[in-house]
Write a protein that binds this ligand. Sequence first.
Ligand code: SF4
Length: 396
Amino acid sequence: MLDPFGPAAKELVREIGGVNELLMRIPSYVGIDKAMERVIWLKNGKLPSELLKLADLEDLMGFYALLGALAFSPYGLEMEIVKEANARIYTERISRYGISHSKISLPLTTFDEDEIPKKDRIILEKRLHEEISSEERKKLQLEYKMHIKDILLLWEDSLKEIYIKKGHGYLTERQMLRLWRKSFERNVERAVEILYEIRDELPQYYLRLYEKLSEFARDYFKERLERFGSAKAQPLRFDLFPPCIKAAIRGVPSGLRNYAITVLLTSFLSYARICPNPPRKDIRVKDCIKDLSVIEKEILPVIIEAGNRCTPPLFEDQPNEVKNIWYHLGFGFTDKPNIEDSGNTPWYFPPNCDKIRANAPQLCKPDRNCRNIKNPLTYYLRRLYLENKRSGEKNE
Ligand code: SF4
């Protein structure tokens, strides 16, 4: 398979009966060690040739097995490992076997040789430079064409690097592969966002695979982890919160107060601080922390202050609302909980973006990081992940 998100792969998934059906079948076909083979080669950097020769279905199942595992920890180091290893597998295949427009997820279009004036080709492809080897010449060749609006969605550097004519960019193989990789990474994130929603329904196989991935990722990124930590429980980074949470923290008018503070802020802050990657939906606070000090010192004060910034102040108007906060944290309707009470009621998970938009449209003012995000918590996890990655790269 050339691209697990390309049209041919989508057709294969459809024939099987959809992504859910594919995920149910995978455990009977792909052993956990087999799925891990797609990533563990990163350790020595040598891509095994067998991985390049897998039949389409076998390849797709191995890749989706890893996506299913990522549902248990979107935007962790595990995702970085899966993206890196698989992007390299598919990039190598694309370079080796060439592009087939029907198999790749980039919206490439075909073009005639004479669309690019000869004099431009002479300059761009250095056609008069006889000293250039054929290999080098191939790298300079403009072989692919894409509409500029599609390029803009994926290209992160200066457009000066790209030859543009009549609303289209003409690309070398290296440029095309850069765009493809960006698109691949976004598709992985989009798929994991969707699978995150159904992680409770996935067979145990995926949790076991996630644990293996996690073990490998911690070893692979040992140095970085020692320096920067991971997206496990850690002090809250308010600067990375999504716009809806920042709006709730700033305080809201009376009609929105209970939803913004008690439902949204309480669930978001508690998961983000205590258990950013819950392995299952029925997790309790006491499964993640041993005493209530984190809640009392770091979470409740933010909630109370946000409530006080509402007009009129929420807790002055409705003092019993504090009990409701504990209720939403899973301790029952109380204002004097102890850790053993956790589990008396469900610990509310942050509502999805579509629910927030339906219940409190004023809170949702998406920024560019909200694209493809389905839940404010995954927004935060993604930004934490990108921050850690950036700091790691800068340091290296
Ligand atoms: S898209 Fe989602 S995360 Fe972004 S502001 Fe709206 S509700 Fe919040």
